[in-house]
Design a protein around this ligand. Structure first.
Ligand code: VG1
Ligand code: CO
Length: 543
């Protein structure tokens, strides 16, 4: 076995987005494409000789090939050991857990999250640091800069490593340890929540349904919900991970998790439903014929946190991404703890958690998490909810309605316009930025614009500044309209419009969010000129 130095040329399109580098599989399959990016990671992170790396992915198409390439490159770049999930599998939160538990130098996670998988679909790669979280902007920018000047990469000429059994092999002197992808994570979950109480709840006839969407969480959910907690067999549906997720979007929302939605809104609906995404970091929570908005879920977890053993002592603080509703802010105020507002993407929460400023955090995009790892965590959120239900002995709907009665309701919705021509999407954003002066103080029916800006964030821990994080139209009554371009899409541009209106009056809490937000939606369309500029009458997805 010998190390080969391969001459290469830069690709111009290796800028990591909100959550790593995501492209179509054929892009990744081009000669040197993946290798260039991996070498750029290794050149940027300056791992000492003999360092340990964690490696795994969500099992989508191209996962296995990519793992073999990365292993051979790690061996050629002086790593001493790689912990790789059996079959090349690690959910994103499990990878974060393993990096932290074994105090490794970092990890590489292969996933395009909620995007479809398959030979013509999406693939992705990202680097996580030793805190278990996505590399900071500074590191991702260094990786991108490297990728623009790369001239060669190093790879070991060797046969593929067997990854389907728990074993240890050597790859040119580097140890490859194949680990059980589930056990470390399952153990961590048991240490956080009251498994006995959840077991009792389930034994008492409380019915649950978890849709793994043929994605990575299938084996995790089977082990934790069925084997350890005793949910009846079959409680986990679509449990077998498939390379193409069975042809679906592994995105847990009311549109894409349709199998589950049909069951939960059907005649004999179970008491609790949940789903997670391609790489297991997102979650959707449903009660019997009842949908919990992710922003509300975050607020509710914060308000009820002390019911779970891990958070019994209370929370140091909470954080949410800027477009996420301010429901959690109200809880933070009541608890008298700080609440941070960060740009979209999990990498901004890591510093706050490392500094002990924040215990819980979340995003409107079906992501919630805590300082137990440094990624959002789908099953964790499900277990947290089950813990709360077991402790409060109320239905999901009753718990949410009580929460609204106490804190008020933040009506919330997101409109996604996917696959837009990039120029049209940029045009909408530019038009909005150009309109700040005229919009300020303008009145639209009962709504008056207070201020508008392009969100900028100064990290309270390291002082780094992230600009241009989304246009905010803030109204005097606390309502908000946010416009943002997605950083995870792989086709054209995706424009997201986020709408939020606060309602203190309990007699209006039963309203449908779309009805409650009707006027704001009209305002958003009008001020952005979205329809004329993009030629789209309707969003692709509403969540
Ligand atoms: C989207 C979500 C964002 C999330 C990101 C990664 O990003 O809006 O909240 O952190 O996906 O999630 P964007 O830039 O497309 O809006 V995952 O589960 O895809 O790692
Ligand atoms: Co994900």
């Amino acid at each position: 076995m010998s190390v080969r130095t391969v001459a290469t040329q830069p690709f111009s399109d290796q800028k990591p987005g909100t959550s790593g580098l995501r492209k179509k599989v054929p892009v990744f399959q081009q000669p040197h494409y993946l290798e260039n990016f991996v070498q750029s990671i290794f050149d940027s992170i300056a791992a000492p000789k003999g360092a340990t790396l964690v490696l795994g992915g969500d099992g989508r198409y191209y996962n296995r090939e990519a793992i073999q390439i990365i292993l051979k490159m790690a061996a050629a770049n002086g790593f001493g050991e790689v912990l790789v999930g059996c079959g090349g599998i690690l959910s994103t939160p499990a990878a974060s857990c393993v990096i932290r538990k074994y105090k490794t130098y970092g990890g590489i996670i292969l996933s395009a999250s909620h995007n479809p998988g398959g030979p013509k679909e999406d693939f992705g790669i990202k680097y996580n640091s030793n805190n278990g979280g996505p590399a900071t902007e500074t590191v991702t920018e260094a990786i991108f800069a490297k990728s623009k000047s790369i001239a060669s990469y190093r790879i070991l000429d060797a046969a593929d490593v067997p990854l389907d059994q728990l074993n240890e092999t050597s790859l040119g002197g580097m140890k490859v340890k194949v680990i059980d992808p589930v056990s470390d994570y399952a153990e961590l979950m048991e240490s956080l929540f009251d498994f006995d109480a959840i077991r009792t709840l389930l034994k008492g006839g409380f019915k649950i349904k978890f849709d793994a969407m043929h994605a990575v969480n299938g084996p995790y959910a089977k082990e934790i919900l069925e084997a350890r907690l005793g949910a009846v067999s079959g409680s986990v549906m679509n449990a077998v991970p498939l390379e193409d997720f069975g042809g679906g979007h592994p995105d847990p929302n009311l549109t894409y998790a349709h199998d589950l939605v049909e069951i939960m809104f059907g005649a004999d609906a179970p008491d609790f439903g949940a789903a997670s995404d391609g790489d297991g970091d997102r979650n959707m929570i449903l009660g019997k014929r009842f949908f919990v908005t992710p922003s509300d879920s975050l607020a509710l977890l914060a308000a009820n946190a002390t019911l779970a053993p891990a958070y019994k002592q209370g929370l140091a603080g909470v954080a949410r991404s800027m477009p996420t509703s301010a429901a959690v802010d109200r809880v933070a105020k009541a608890l008298n703890i700080p609440c941070f507002e960060t740009p979209t993407g999990w990498k901004f929460f890591g510093n706050l958690m490392d500094a002990g400023k924040v215990t819980l955090c979340g995003e409107e995009s079906f992501g919630t998490g805590s300082n137990h790892v440094r990624e959002k965590d789908g099953l964790w959120a499900v277990l947290f909810w089950l813990n709360i239900v077991a402790a409060r002995k109320q239905s999901v709907e009753a718990i949410v309605r009580e929460h609204w009665a106490k804190f008020g309701r933040n009506f919330y919705s997101r409109y996604d316009y996917e696959g837009l021509p990039t120029e049209a999407a940029n045009g909408v954003m530019q038009h909005l930025r150009d309109s700040f002066a005229t919009l300020t103080k303008q009145q639209f029916g009962k709504y008056t614009v207070q201020t508008c800006d392009d969100f900028s964030y100064t990290d309270p821990v390291d002082g780094s500044v992230s600009k241009g994080q989304g246009v905010r139209i803030l109204f005097s009554d606390g309502s908000r309209i946010i416009f943002r371009l997605s950083g995870t899409g792989t086709e054209g541009a995706t424009l997201r419009v986020y709408l939020e209106a606060f309602e203190a009056d309990v007699s209006r809490h039963h309203l449908d969010a779309q009805d409650a937000l009707k006027e704001l939606i009209q305002i958003a369309l009008r001020i952005s000129e979205l329809q004329t500029r993009t030629g789209r009458d309707q969003p692709t997805v509403i969540t």
